[in-house]
Write a protein that binds this ligand. Structure first.
Ligand code: UDP
Length: 241
């Protein structure tokens, strides 16, 4: 049970608001129904998306914590809100991929669905005004966005999260195609932050190949709320206790 008090809003992003609390070690996150794609050019409000992503993220973070992954997750508060450890965000988005899709399919001219022989990690500079350009570890070190030691921790956590979630999603009859992670520092320690949800992952049903993620919005396929609800239903069916 929480004892902290919500204080002023610190930040409003595309999908979440972050509030301070009376405890400097804890932030209060609220998930919104806003959906955006193509660097904010395409926008919509999707009923219940914030509720679904809050619950889905909480389940993923709890599952990962149980397997020893250090995350910012503290506690699910209600439908739309969770408590997290306060992070100084590292301005690097980390994408992990198992199957070719999205921007990688375009960049290398390979069809979506091509299975990669091993996981691929990519790094992007987190800057909306620049459209999150792709960068590499030389840029990250030279611009001092993270130290080489912090990058070692980030890569190890990203690959571990990939192994854990790929195996787990497999049991839900879902292919984990790719996903994006963000990291931050909490009292100097690297923690996994942000969210893990169908907004930030690609999930394909193994049998039907149906997309159960934000590509339904990006590609105007419809049925986004139903797809996110289906992800939550399958997660809860495995994690109910
Ligand atoms: N992704 C994300 N936020 C971003 C960019 C990508 O959550 O700003 C996720 C996306 O949902 C997918 C993975 O990262 O699961 C890889 O995305 P990709 O590079 O293929 O870009 P996209 O096709 O989304 O432009």
């Amino acid at each position: 049970m929480t004892t902290v008090q919500k204080q002023e809003q610190m930040y409003e992003g595309k999908a979440k608001k972050v509030f301070r609390t009376d405890d400097p070690n804890i932030y209060w996150i609220q998930y919104k129904d806003s959906a955006t794609a193509f660097n904010g050019e395409k926008k919509a409000e999707i009923d219940n998306k914030g509720i679904l992503n809050n619950r889905i993220s909480a389940l993923f973070f709890q599952y990962l914590e149980k397997q020893g992954v250090p995350t910012h997750f503290v506690e699910l508060l209600n439908d739309r809100e969770m408590l997290v450890k306060s992070l100084e965000i590292i301005p690097v988005e980390v994408v992990a991929r198992n199957i070719v899709a999205g921007s990688l399919a375009k960049r290398i001219g390979q069809p979506e669905g091509t299975v990669l022989a091993k996981p691929v990690l990519e790094f992007y500079y987190k800057d909306d005004a620049l459209g999150d350009p792709m960068i590499n570890e030389f840029h990250i070190a030279a611009l001092e966005w993270a130290t080489p030691e912090q990058m070692d921790a980030i890569k190890a956590i990203a690959l571990k999260v990939n192994e854990i979630l790929k195996e787990f999603m497999d049991t839900l009859n879902i292919d984990l195609v790719d996903f994006k992670l963000e990291f931050g520092l909490h009292n100097g320690t690297v923690l996994l932050g942000d969210e893990i949800s169908p907004d930030t992952c690609r999930f394909w049903d193994k049998d039907t190949k149906e997309k159960l993620d934000k590509d339904r919005f990006r590609r105007d396929l419809g049925g986004l709320e139903e797809a996110y609800r289906e992800i939550l239903r399958r997660l809860e069916s495995k994690l109910k206790d």
